[in-house]
Design a protein around this ligand. Structure first.
Ligand SMILES: Nc1ncnc2c1ncn2[C@@H]1O[C@H](COP(=O)(O)OP(=O)(O)OP(=O)(O)O)[C@@H](O)[C@H]1O
Ligand SMILES: [Mg+2]
Length: 141
């Protein structure tokens, strides 16, 4: 996804985040994960689906990324946000995508990130960001 697409994406929510570059990276990481999860489930020639939804809900902006991929096994659900935790082969993943997402969303913007998943069916990652801090994320001048 191009940078331009991302900028329009946030502007269409009526919000401008000064830390948008980092948030763009977060959404991109979720999209890459979704694509990998689908690739590991579908047979050659089959297609999966990735859905990105955005909305404002009260004082929050919500972004979700859903995939119809393999799902996250119960045994690793509490580890996916850990830095360097990966189930991917060497060279494919370094386990930093969701750790970065957690840092940017939770620590920098005071938001929340979580997921719902069903093995064999797919996964949805949800992000909420408080609009009130949109103009002044922590750690940026
Ligand atoms: N949408 C998803 N569906 C299924 N499993 C997922 C999904 N997103 C993340 N995971 C699991 O969580 C692990 C950690 O994800 P994370 O994005 O942090 O690292 P990575 O994708 O392995 O590597 P990197 O993002 O650094 O390239 C993945 O290796 C995978 O096992
Ligand atoms: Mg990743």
């Amino acid at each position: 996804m191009s940078r331009e697409a991302h900028v329009q994406f946030y502007e269409s929510l009526g919000v401008r985040f000064p830390g948008a570059t980092h948030l763009n990276q977060v959404v991109l990481n979720l999209l890459v994960n979704a694509a990998h999860a689908i690739k590991e489930k579908v047979k050659d020639g089959e297609k999966g689906q990735i859905t990105v939804r955005t909305r404002t809900a009260g004082q929050d902006v919500e972004i979700s990324v859903s995939d119809t991929g393999k799902g996250i096994p119960e045994a690793i659900r509490n580890r996916v946000f850990e830095p360097f935790f990966t189930t991917k082969e060497v060279g494919k993943g370094s386990g930093q995508g969701l750790a970065l997402a957690y840092t940017v969303v939770v620590k920098k913007h005071g938001g929340k990130i979580w997921f719902e998943t069903e093995v064999g069916k797919g996964t949805t990652f949800f992000i909420t960001l408080p609009v009130s801090v949109a103009a002044a994320p922590k750690g940026s001048a």
